[in-house]
Design a protein around this ligand. Structure first.
Ligand code: CA
Length: 493
């Protein structure tokens, strides 16, 4: 099946997929961030297309990755929640591209427990991975690196491009960062960023959850109560070199001493914790952004840019203090939506945007379409190539199905599924028998469910039927996954 060096396919585009972990669209310049700048990532928006409604199937790390590899929802790819083991024998996009003559490689975070399949070269972080001096696994062999992980993943990716890439074949190259995942350890270069002024607070930092049901009130992901001393940098990482440790202490010791003197409590303490959290989060993104720039610069210098489609996405969205939260999981907007930018010279109009409902479910199909490889019928997404060309098929999806399974677990977010359209969102917390409905036009922050509002009776009925229709179309089993005792979710390194 291989079509190596076939002159007819020699100009198939290269695919560079740059992926981060927990990067909220609210912290991307191109999405209108008011709290940070991402000039390198923004190059992809300026030179390509920004998707404004890229929704994930299941807002958590492992399941998102499994969806991207398979083009299928969790109930078909078998990876429902972190800690599951990915079945690497199933059909995946790297395998199909490899068979079609693509060179395939992945560097960085994998988080699917079993070894990667379908990659000529893989060099991954075990589990969640460490921010500093990470142990990694290179094609099955344990290795250790010294330095900051975001830089190292880029170094490895660049080394591959420069010395391992076969110039006669197109490539699928996945550069997947651990950053800016919890516990938000900034790199040495950015430890002192954002020191001069406070970062603006989101308007819902002190949300009282009055307008919603039980789940929002019983979660465990608040800045107020959930952040640990480790998250807040009151403890020092134990895997730093002496030089790194000195830089770390220079960055935090003085502020920590000041914090002790202040003796804050109540809302003032929440505000302080928010500042510590958001600044570290943004510092991690500063490194990601710089490293995106390094890859783009190399594509330019090497002449590869012209025939390489570059995609930037995160595995889901994230809360930057909205509703008083950090983390993800919910079908609420901040975690459901992920940033997604695509540059494809000669195909995508520079500076264009799309507000169509797209998803990480569509990435596999898109990669295959870009490469001219047939899309298996059992994949559940759709190629984005028409949208990238500025066309919208008449039958493009007008509703999207979501399903989150990881409960009981860290952060105590109840299982739920639901449907989102351009304007509305219906959520069913089925273990509790609770429903919520939001009108995103009138209530963009999702502060008040209108499920019981008689004015929305028709919408409620329509979306309830649509949810059933989607479940049927997507072959979602009637019985949601039974509660099972799994190993505890791994703690953050
Ligand atoms: Ca994630």
């Amino acid at each position: 099946m291989a079509v190596v060096n076939d002159p007819e396919t020699a100009d198939r585009p290269n695919i560079l997929f740059i992926f981060s972990d927990d990067h909220a669209y609210q912290a991307v310049g191109a999405y209108g961030s008011t709290i940070n700048r991402t000039p390198q990532i923004d190059r992809l928006a300026r030179e390509g297309m920004r998707f404004d409604a890229c929704l994930v199937t299941n807002s958590i790390c492992g399941p998102s990755r499994a969806t991207i590899l398979t083009g299928k929802y969790s109930h078909l790819n078998g990876f429902y929640q972190n800690g599951d083991r990915f079945d690497g024998s199933q059909t995946t996009v790297p395998k199909l591209l490899q068979e079609a003559g693509y060179q395939t490689a992945i560097f960085g975070k994998w988080h699917l427990e079993t070894d990667p399949t379908g990659f000529d070269t893989w060099h991954i972080l075990p589990g969640q991975g460490a921010y500093y001096n990470p142990p990694m696994i290179r094609n099955g062999e344990r290795v250790r690196h010294e330095g900051y992980t975001t830089d190292i993943i880029t170094d490895l990716t660049l080394d591959w491009l420069k010395s391992e890439r076969d110039p006669d074949r197109p490539f699928l190259l996945m550069a997947q960062h651990k950053a800016p995942h919890r516990n938000w350890q900034p790199g040495p270069k950015y430890l002192d960023a954002y020191k001069d002024a406070p970062v603006a607070e989101p308007p819902t930092l002190f949300d009282d959850y009055e307008g919603r049901g039980t789940p929002a009130r019983t979660q465990d992901m608040t800045i107020r109560d959930t952040l640990t001393p480790n998250d807040l940098k009151f403890t020092t990482p134990n895997n730093l070199t002496d030089d790194q440790l000195a830089q770390w202490n220079d960055a935090y010791a003085e502020e920590n001493a000041e914090f002790e003197r202040l003796g804050l409590s109540g809302d003032d303490l929440v505000r302080w914790k928010y500042q510590r959290y958001i600044k570290d989060y943004l510092r991690c993104i500063d490194s990601v952004d710089e490293n995106v720039g390094r890859l783009l610069d190399y594509l330019d210098e090497s002449g590869l840019a012209e025939n390489t489609i570059v995609l930037y996405a995160s595995d889901q969205g994230f809360y930057l203090g909205e509703h008083g939260w950090f983390d993800k999981r919910w079908m609420y907007e901040e975690s459901l939506r992920t940033p997604f930018l695509v540059r494809w010279p000669g195909v995508v109009e520079p500076g264009s945007t799309s507000d169509r409902l797209v998803s990480n479910l569509d990435f596999a199909e898109t990669f295959l379409d870009v490469a001219g490889v047939a899309i298996p019928e059992d994949m559940q997404g759709r190629s984005l190539v028409p949208l990238l060309k500025g066309e919208t098929p008449d039958d493009w999806r007008s509703s999207f199905y979501y399903h989150y399974y990881e409960f009981p677990a860290e952060h105590s977010v109840q299982r739920h599924h639901g449907v989102r359209t351009d304007r509305y969102k219906l959520i069913h917390f089925y273990s509790l028998g609770e429903w919520e409905l939001y009108d995103l036009l009138r209530d963009p922050h999702e502060l008040r469910s209108c499920y019981d509002d008689p004015q929305y009776a028709d919408v409620r009925e329509e979306l309830t039927a649509e949810l059933a229709r989607l479940r049927d179309e997507l072959a979602v089993p009637d019985d949601p996954r039974p509660n099972d005792v799994r190993r505890p979710i791994e703690t953050n390194p």
